[in-house]
Design a protein around this ligand. Structure first.
Ligand code: SF4
Length: 220
């Protein structure tokens, strides 16, 4: 099964929900206001950073973030938005033809990649609550290091739009290799579950937002 951070995260939060959503495919998440809003924000920021299309009134407050990428470009960095990258089991990284590109074992969509050899900035917009976990950006860094052998160090940046806050971490190629070993183990646990068909329920505060509707903890 092709995996992404989102699928791994769903599996680790609740294997049973992951089963219904991605293995059995018995339901799709219904449209939710915060997800629709998140998609709109990503599209507007993408068009602003890539095409310099002005932000709407609703998103104009985030212009300073877009300006940061303008400044990097003006100083010689190459700015790429919505980069869809995949990795196969041999560790080869490539640009995806489309999101379902069958060559990919794992995949990720990078909101903004600013490459200024030998450094890179990898940024991801978030519209939810601030979290400490950098796993998604560690995956993205692995993809960028794999695609660009000339990049040696990457600054990882979550942009928490709702809270006007930025969290960062700087990683080297060697550090990411060590983190990647752990991520692969986590992915293997998910793949083992698909192999054995064991998907236990893991009730949590997230049950209130679960639409699987097929377990005793499901409130819907
Ligand atoms: S309701 Fe809770 S325990 Fe049941 S599948 Fe959904 S997230 Fe898992």
């Amino acid at each position: 099964m092709q995996w992404s951070f989102s699928r791994l995260n769903t599996y680790e939060n609740c294997p049973r929900r992951f089963f219904h959503q991605y293995v059995e495919k018995s339901y799709r998440e219904p449209p939710q206001e915060h997800l629709t809003w998140g998609t709109r924000v990503h599209t507007e920021m993408e068009e602003r950073v890539r095409d310099k299309k002005p932000l709407s009134q609703a998103t104009a407050k985030w212009e300073p973030y877009a300006k940061t990428f303008d400044d990097l470009r003006d100083n010689g960095a190459i700015i790429l938005v919505e980069q869809k990258l995949g990795i196969n089991k041999d560790g080869e990284v490539f640009v995806l033809d489309d999101i379902d590109d069958e060559r990919a074992w794992g995949r990720g969509i990078i909101d903004v990649l600013a490459a200024d050899v030998p450094k890179a900035l990898i940024a991801d917009y978030k519209t939810g609550k601030v979290k400490k976990d950098f796993t998604q950006l560690h995956i993205f860094a692995k993809l960028v290091f794999g695609l660009r052998p000339d990049i040696e160090v990457a600054k990882l940046m979550y942009i928490w739009l709702k809270f006007n806050k930025v969290t960062t971490e700087e990683v080297t190629r060697e550090q990411i290799e060590r983190k990647w070993e752990n991520i692969v183990k986590r992915v293997q646990a998910m793949e083992d579950a698909v192999e054995t068909g064991k998907f236990p329920e893991r009730p949590s505060g997230l049950c209130g937002w679960c639409y699987a509707r097929q377990c005793n903890f499901c409130p819907n």
